[in-house]
Design a protein around this ligand. Structure first.
Ligand code: FBP
Length: 407
């Protein structure tokens, strides 16, 4: 009864405005526009074109909208997104499992302590948790049957494997446990996920053998190398004092907090907007001397209160991208892992860190750039390509872009 009551309330609530009339004629569009306020949506240059924007029925948020319910409503109002919402069902379950594994990981009895004793394709020591979280999410996504080619094994920071499923719609890329170097100290970590549409020129005959396979697999791999502007959805899950999941389907950012008493992610922040102005920067300052001059000058101005805003900034840096970006979305600020004289492309991977997090930041009204280019417009040349990234409050990030442009 609560569900229909809730919806009923919604209709009545908005009847005074023109939204109700909208409900009778192609109601859905208007309702979402209404709740997002028409002007706001029009003013949000990042909002996907109307036809691509999923619509939500948000009025129920006050009564506690679970992620499952939220996705059901999205599917109901946007039948073309039904398969995508199924994927989010798997992501929901996997993130609940991963938050438990992470939380228990430091218990003496835990099997997940320490290193796997192997290195991943990038020569980094692999933690047992990296492998376990990779398997949890890979299996959860695979068994939705919704992934055309899940190059998860390949398109993530850890190991090599391709799984082929015929004829489905999406490709998933993800970093199963971003910031895993912090996990043994109980510092926040997270999972980052990007969902692309799977293009058809990737039909692999599972019977293929030898070089023929590798040729076709390479073609499929290329299939994943899409710019962020092709993302249909992105999400991160933060494992910290609370477990948060933030998602975008191309029409705003929605955050859900895990209520462990009911085992559900519950909508906690609807249509998140990162403050345009801020006084926080978040970068590994140990690399300061190796940064480009434009960036150094801007950060120096922020430290001294001589920057564009005249505000003296403070510094916050967890060293886990998901944690630093989550705080930036809520409090405002500039998070970045810029290039420097040692690592010209910085440290973050474009495909499964930079692009998905940039999609979320842009959908929240922020900016994400290399300093010179919009991260979302860069097409990866290879899976583990790294990219310099600065993202966050638009006026502060713009200050960095202006400094580079003036260089
Ligand atoms: P991993 O994907 O290997 O965890 O590395 C990414 C990361 O941990 C980011 O989450 C974080 O922003 C950055 O590296 C921290 O790097 P550093 O320790 O050099 O500041």
């Amino acid at each position: 009864m609560k569900f229909s009551l809730c919806v009923l309330v919604a209709v009545v609530a908005v009847s005074s405005t023109n939204a109700f009339t909208a409900r009778t004629s192609s109601s859905r569009g208007m309702i979402s526009t209404k709740l997002h306020s028409t002007t706001e949506t029009e003013a949000n240059p990042m909002a996907r074109s109307k036809s691509k924007q999923p619509v939500f029925d948000e009025v129920c948020e006050t009564t506690g909208v679970t992620l499952t319910r939220f996705m059901n409503e999205v599917a109901m109002l946007n039948p073309e997104l039904r398969e995508l919402t199924t994927l989010f069902g798997a992501i929901d379950t996997a993130c609940k499992a991963m938050t438990n594994v992470v939380k228990r990981s430091q218990l003496p009895s835990s099997e997940t302590l320490g290193y796997q004793g192997a290195v991943n394709i990038q020569g980094e020591d692999q933690k047992k948790l990296d492998v376990i979280t990779n398997d949890i999410l890979k299996r959860a996504l695979r068994f939705t049957g919704r992934l055309g080619v899940d190059l998860i094994g390949t398109a993530n920071s850890d190991n090599q494997e391709i799984v082929i499923e015929e004829g489905e719609k999406y490709v998933a890329v993800f970093d199963p446990l971003d910031g895993s170097s912090n996990v043994d100290a109980g510092i926040p970590t997270g999972t980052i996920i990007g969902i692309y549409e799977h293009s058809d020129n990737c039909e692999i005959d599972p019977e293929c053998i030898g070089d023929e396979c590798t040729e076709l697999e390479a073609q499929c791999l290329a299939n994943t190398l899409q710019p962020g502007t092709n993302l249909v959805a992105a999400a991160y899950c933060l494992y910290s004092s609370s477990t948060f999941m933030a998602i975008t389907l191309g029409n705003g950012v929605y955050m859900f907090c895990l209520d462990e008493t009911i085992g559900e992610f519950v909508l906690s922040h609807a249509n998140v907007k990162v403050p345009a102005d801020c006084n926080i920067y978040s970068m590994n300052e140990a690399n300061f001397d190796k940064w480009d001059a434009p960036l150094k000058n801007v950060v120096k101005g922020w430290r001294e209160g001589t920057g564009k805003s005249g505000e003296r900034f403070t510094s916050r840096y967890i060293g886990s991208m998901v944690g630093d970006v989550h705080r930036t979305l809520l409090y405002g600020g500039v998070f970045g892992y810029p290039g420097d004289t040692k690592n010209v492309n910085g440290k973050l991977r474009l495909l499964y860190e930079g692009a998905p997090m940039s999609f979320i930041m842009e959908q929240a009204g922020g900016i994400s750039s290399t300093g010179k280019e919009r991260v979302m417009e860069i097409t990866p040349e290879y899976v583990h390509q790294r990219i310099p990234v600065v993202m966050g409050s638009k006026n502060a990030v713009q200050e960095i872009l202006d400094a580079y442009a003036a260089e």
